[in-house]
Design a protein around this ligand. Structure first.
Ligand code: SAH
Length: 330
């Protein structure tokens, strides 16, 4: 375990990166083993009311072709993924008001008919909605804090409230969901100190899953000319998360692979134990463009699974056949 100062020193100094990545790999092996959990990701709507400065789905973006997958088709896509062997389905979307509490409950119940764990990643909702989703069978909820730097949070998220995001995380935790969160690395004006605070925050709230991704500028957003986040820095933050929260689930994120053709495998060897292959039908994939050059936007769901499966075997790891619940006891 490291103190805040030690974390900052490690983030600043690139001369000990190899040591950091092997330590994270060792901690991963000792605490969560060699199994890799695959989560089938369904990106079911790119319609969003938010205006997050970095995100390609932001409401003011007029260039994007919007889509919304209806209830029955979402359930069918989930069924196909379960038939392919996925033990967890992740439902992700923009903040789209079409998906009322009632509609979400129907989708959740439909998917929970299959033998599968279910994660929701649909943004900020009320306690009552989170409770209804949990009662309907949802197991996990993923909502990144994005950054714990209040000032930066405000700059990046017009019309949003940092305190409400924290409240959402607390509500989810108190309702008994497995809590997934995480942050972006490389946002304009983000400091190493604030990244250290992000890591300590994940520990403080007792996160079960933490996803770390480099910021990738999208050409249709106000941050189009900003620098791309550093792959290495994102990897270092991820490795530190593994060391500080030894028994949680950590995905090798798609954004990592977008910046480095071998990014997910490198991440899996530096602390990560989860991959979230896209199982959305082909015609929707390229439209869910939160950032440009997202990988696998032209691949079919079965091809994605085969491709990552082969890579996993090539590094001597195995694909888990369990739900891959969190080992975190906090
Ligand atoms: N509406 C949901 C899902 C958001 S999309 C929610 O609010 O939770 C999932 C994640 O994509 C976001 O949490 C954000 O961290 C990431 N993301 C968005 N834009 C990005 C960009 N330009 N580069 C890298 N990651 C990005």
């Amino acid at each position: 375990m490291f103190t805040r100062n030690e974390i900052i020193e490690i983030l600043k100094d690139d001369s000990k990166n190899d040591w950091l990545f092997s330590l994270a790999d060792k901690v991963r092996k000792e605490n969560v083993g060699d199994d890799i959990h695959l989560r089938g990701l369904i990106e079911f709507s790119n319609i969003c009311k938010c205006e997050c400065k970095y995100c390609g789905l932001r409401a003011p973006d007029k260039n994007i072709q919007r889509y919304r997958i209806l209830e029955d088709e979402i359930i069918q896509i989930a069924k196909n993924a379960v038939d392919m062997g996925y033990k967890t389905i992740v439902l992700q979307s923009g903040e789209d008001a079409y998906y009322t509490k009632e509609r979400m409950v129907d989708i959740i119940k439909g998917i929970k008919e299959f033998d599968v764990a279910l994660t929701l990643s649909i943004g900020e909702r009320t306690y009552e909605e989170y409770k209804a989703f949990k009662d309907a069978g949802a197991d996990r909820y993923l909502i990144r804090i994005e950054t714990t730097d209040r000032e930066l949070y405000k700059q990046m998220h017009p019309n949003m409230d940092f305190d409400n995001r924290i409240k959402c995380l607390k509500d989810i935790k108190s309702l008994g969901y497995e809590v997934g969160t995480g942050c972006l690395v490389g946002l304009p004006n983000q400091t190493l100190e604030s990244l250290a605070d992000d890591i300590l925050f994940f520990k403080e709230i007792g996160a079960d899953m933490v996803g770390i991704g480099p910021f990738i500028p999208h050409p249709d957003t106000p941050l189009k000319d900003a620098d791309t986040g550093s792959f290495t820095l994102a990897l270092k933050v991820m490795a530190l998360v593994r060391i500080m929260l030894p028994d949680i689930n950590i995905p090798a994120t798609t954004a990592m692979e977008t910046l480095n053709p071998n990014g997910r495998i490198i991440a899996l060897q530096s602390g990560a134990n989860v991959v979230m292959p896209n199982v959305t039908s082909l015609q929707y994939r390229e439209k869910y463009e939160i950032y440009p050059n997202k990988i696998c936007t032209h691949e079919s769901p079965d091809k994605c699974r085969g491709c990552i499966g082969a890579k996993i075997k090539s590094i001597g790891r195995s694909i888990s056949t369990t739900y891959g619940n969190s080992h975190n006891k906090n």
